[in-house]
Design a protein around this ligand. Sequence first.
Ligand code: SF4
Length: 383
Amino acid sequence: MSLSLYVHIPFCLKRCVYCDFVSGIYDSGKAVDYVTTLKKEIRGITNAKPLSTLYIGGGTPTALSTDILSGLIDNIFNHFRFIDNYEATIEANPGTVDSDKLKIIRSAGINRISIGVQSFNDAELSFLGRIHTRDEAEQAVYLSREAGFKNVGIDLIYGLPGQSIERWKKTLKEALSLRPEHISAYELTAEKGTTLDKMLKITSGANNLKPLDEDKIIDMYNHTIDHLTSSGYIHYEISNFATPGHSCKHNLNYWDRKEYRGTGTGAHSFMEDKRFYNTAGLDHYIEAVSENRSPVEEHENISADRAFSEAIFLGLRKTGGINIESLSRRYNINILSRYNHEIEYLREAGLIEITCSGYSYETNLKLTKKGLILSNEVFARFI
Ligand code: SF4
């Protein structure tokens, strides 16, 4: 048995307009205090199973200085044992990396990099509030290769106000020309309270800043699937594509509803059917851990019914869907009886299908192409 570890770095050089993550503006003094505290929280994890995956996310982990960041990574690798074929990812913003930083991160043991490119169009990057240009994004991929990363992921966003399908196709084509092992393509959403949400409300109609039509967004999504799958990528989750053998193991762990431990501000953990939520307040977090108190401010026991429904809607995110027999065995509930009406309704609506996998005669429940687009409607039926 092994464990997945998430480490949160809540600093960015600038706030992107669409961001609703737990993150504030980078301050070098605060960053030193935070990482010192984070190392203490990590050292406090005792008797842990060996790590199969590590994910250092944010925020912008690469906003930290090379010294601070490598000290943190060393601390993690000294404290935990790792299984042989571990996956250790760091999220990187192209505006915060250079050759030295990437080489040091790689030699410290991080073997996967997820680069927040978002677009290869400078006007779009500027609209999104990103701190980097398209050239810097491309350079970050080259530098990552040069530093020895053999598993490089690129994150992209589509569906910007006013974006044409041609512009999105161009971004996708440029991403493909860099041959990353992994591509995540997310639809831009204006989460409540974000700058983007306010921009769309305030300027609606005044300067043509309107959310993109749903039809165009669907065209972009369908094009993404067709283009990436015909270019050798496996579409393994609603928004994620990978070359064979490069699906993100850490995220698959979440979708398979396996245990993970989260550290840092706002991080969640899921252990023994309980969820724990660390405080999102930076000062509060530093104060609690420094005074040897737990940074967990809330925990939740998950009932058997809730666990089963979570396993369904998380598992359905994977394009392979869920294996009906093993899910029913794991939770001791027969999904076809428990959700008989919902499954019939969704099948008739063309949103899910039951397929037979290989020669084993085992059956999977999965989203159809239409269901991938309307996945939230499907998930709501199982909540
Ligand atoms: S870089 Fe990422 S975490 Fe930071 S503000 Fe932008 S979207 Fe948010």
